[in-house]
Design a protein around this ligand. Structure first.
Ligand SMILES: [Zn+2]
Length: 244
């Protein structure tokens, strides 16, 4: 059972967790005991970030979201029965206590030594009014997500470590690095295809490769009940985000 803390106590306890951990992209740093306690919990849950105008701009970890909330640079947007409610950090911490009692299964929890707080699903930045990036970056991570880790020749799924990127039209034959010419291929299919086009190798593609309209990593998450509240902010024709 968590102790009752005043506002300042809650801030201090959470600050220890937020400050002590590694960032989602960096290699793990040495963690403070408080941060170590939080690992494996909601601190790495994904949070959708909206700009001032409620447009989705990126996805970050709950750790970074809390760091923004603690500095009063952002507010929590909570979707409840189709309504959008906004909370500052203090109010969110209070509401978290009720949620902890009545609907703990609906949230990812960040544990500090003294209290638990729900990882927000969506936050909004007060001072950021730039528009979202419109184009999805062509990189290995996004490409694997677009193809859902499936080899586009044998259509079977593989762990990332067993997949490679194949140029449909080989570079030697003028193929370029583009969403339309790059696909995931398993090691076996890639070796079989060699430096040939699918036609030359007598192989065919499972799907026609195209540029995704929105970040494919987000599309994957949208299929999960946990991120259902993101949908309202993503149904936007020109929307796409960069994962930072
Ligand atoms: Zn294959």
């Amino acid at each position: 059972m968590s102790e009752r803390l005043d506002h300042r106590g809650r801030r201090t306890a959470l600050n220890g967790v937020v400050a002590g951990g590694s960032d989602e992209e960096g290699p793990g740093k040495l963690l403070s005991p408080a941060a170590a306690y939080a690992i494996g919990d909601g601190i790495n849950a994904k949070v959708l970030v909206l700009n001032k105008l409620y447009m989705a701009i990126r996805v970050i970890s709950a750790r970074r979201a809390f760091s923004l909330l603690l500095r009063d640079l952002a507010e929590v947007i909570h979707v409840e029965d189709g309504k959008y409610l906004s909370y500052d950090y203090e109010t969110w911490a209070e509401i978290s206590e009720l949620q902890r009692q009545f609907e703990p299964e609906r949230h990812d929890w960040v544990r500090t030594v003294h209290f638990d707080i729900a990882a927000p699903k969506v936050i909004r930045l007060f001072g950021y009014d730039r528009m979202p990036q419109q184009r999805v970056k062509l990189n290995r991570r996004n490409l694997f997500a677009r193809d859902r880790n499936c080899c586009q020749y044998c259509a079977r799924s593989f762990p990332t470590s067993e997949l490679s990127i194949d140029h449909v039209i080989p570079r030697a034959q003028g193929g370029v690095d583009s969403w339309e010419n790059l696909v995931c291929a398993c090691v076996r299919c890639n070796a079989r295809k060699g430096g040939r086009t699918p036609g030359q190798a007598g192989m065919s593609l499972a799907n026609r490769p195209t540029r995704p309209r929105r970040n494919p990593l987000i599309s994957v998450r949208l299929g999960q009940e946990k991120y259902a509240s993101w949908k309202a902010f993503l149904d936007n024709a020109y929307w796409s985000v960069e994962l930072k």
